[in-house]
Design a protein around this ligand. Structure first.
Ligand code: MD6
Ligand code: FE
Length: 218
């Protein structure tokens, strides 16, 4: 009985595509085949540029802890949000974008209809239970022609996918370990966010959700 259930789950997981907008998709389980390489690469990046809490320009502390890799990473403080080639913690360049991240992001973008995605920025967020991300637009990138590719690992989350104004109604989408969300084109500037993560324990990542987002920022 349980063997049958597992077999069925394995068969269902790869490439189940859910459309959440004209040019926005959830690719269920899309990261799972590359998981081992992905986690090893993540480990390497976080050893070089550890997760840290950041201040918002409004003086709040973000509840998710953040790091970056690639040519450009995220820096946020009382002076504003910006992409920077240097990790403010080490005053060194961010770690290089691992090949495993790049390949998976390109493949996911293609599966969602965006060919030729070449990300130069990758943000890594760790959400402990209770941490959230308020509704926002990803609009600090130089151009909006490339999509956002967002990989979910660890504890599940409720992702909010809204409209073009903060007050517009939102879809609520459960995201699980291995799911990838891709949004671009006409949906590129939609408001989105993450509701507070529920307490729990993930067998590989412990008491956290990791989100890896790849963008073309420069
Ligand atoms: C998510 N993350 O965690 C969605 N945006 O599923 C984001 O929207 C996001 O993690 C900008 C910067 C970091 C993020
Ligand atoms: Fe975002």
């Amino acid at each position: 009985m349980s063997l049958d259930l597992f077999a069925e789950q394995d068969l269902q997981q790869p490439a189940r595509v859910e459309r959440i907008g004209d040019q926005a998709y959830v690719l269920r389980g899309f990261a799972l085949p590359a998981l081992t390489q992905l986690l090893a690469a993540l480990d390497g990046v976080l050893r070089q540029s550890p997760l840290r809490q950041m201040q918002t320009p409004g003086g709040f502390t973000m509840s998710a802890r953040l790091s970056s890799c690639g040519d450009l990473g995220w820096a946020s403080d009382r002076d504003g949000y910006r992409y920077s080639p240097v990790d403010p913690l080490s005053a060194q360049p961010w770690p290089a974008l691992p090949a495993a991240f790049l390949t998976l992001a390109r493949t996911a973008a293609e599966a969602a209809g965006f060919n030729g995605f070449v990300p130069d920025a990758c943000l890594i967020n760790s959400y402990a239970p209770g941490a959230k991300m308020s509704l926002h637009q990803d609009k600090n990138e130089r151009s909006f022609t490339a999509p956002i590719v967002s990989i979910s690992l660890g504890l599940p989350a409720t992702f909010q996918f809204g409209g073009f104004q903060r007050s517009a109604p939102t879809q609520r989408i459960s995201l699980f370990h291995g799911d990838i969300v891709v949004w671009g084109g006409v949906d590129r500037l939609r408001y989105h966010g993450v509701l507070p993560i529920k307490p729990g324990h993930h067998s590989l990542l412990g008491e956290q959700r990791i989100n890896i987002t790849l963008r073309q920022a420069g």
